[in-house]
Design a protein around this ligand. Structure first.
Ligand SMILES: [Zn+2]
Length: 159
């Protein structure tokens, strides 16, 4: 059993399409052209909303590692995977990274595992000052603020 994001349905092997997904992912899938995979929902995949407690836990982790790119659908599958203690299947690198940071087992749709966990530090490209995640422009020198990644840990491959 897995928790599945949209990429798992679009690219995943049939063996992976088993477990849970969220209403947010379902609406992402319905808005895509290739919706032939929707048959598995109802038969092999249950749609469930994560509890607010786990959503808060995910949002706290996002703030801790300076991740700002994830959608509500991304947050919802992370929270559901935490709640159910199931591996998360996704091809999205940012999503995989946060999942690893949260201590979740993560697989891509080819059933491979990511190797590293990164944290982001947001720094001005002009003067080098550090800012909170998501800051666009440095109020001191006016240059752009960009995320720099730092390695937190290597992930041991247990397969
Ligand atoms: Zn600056």
């Amino acid at each position: 059993m897995y928790v599945l994001d949209a990429s798992a349905f679009i690219h995943g092997k049939p063996a992976v399409l088993r477990g849970y997904t969220t209403p947010e992912v379902l609406s992402e899938l319905k808005s895509t052209e290739a919706n032939a995979y929707l048959w598995v929902i109802g038969e092999r995949v249950e749609v469930e909303r994560p509890s607010p407690h786990f959503v808060r836990e995910v949002r706290r982790a996002l703030a801790e590692i300076g991740e700002t790119k994830l959608s509500d659908a991304d947050v919802s599958v992370l929270a559901l995977a935490l709640q159910k203690k199931l591996p998360l299947v996704t091809d999205d690198y940012n999503l995989q990274n946060v999942a690893r940071y949260l201590g979740l087992e993560v697989l891509d749709t080819g059933m491979g595992r990511i190797r590293r966990v990164l944290r982001y530090e947001w720094r001005c490209i002009g003067c080098g000052r550090k800012y909170r995640a998501g800051m666009k422009r440095c109020p001191v020198c006016g240059s752009r603020v960009r995320p720099h990644s730092f390695l937190i840990s290597e992930v041991e491959d247990t397969q």
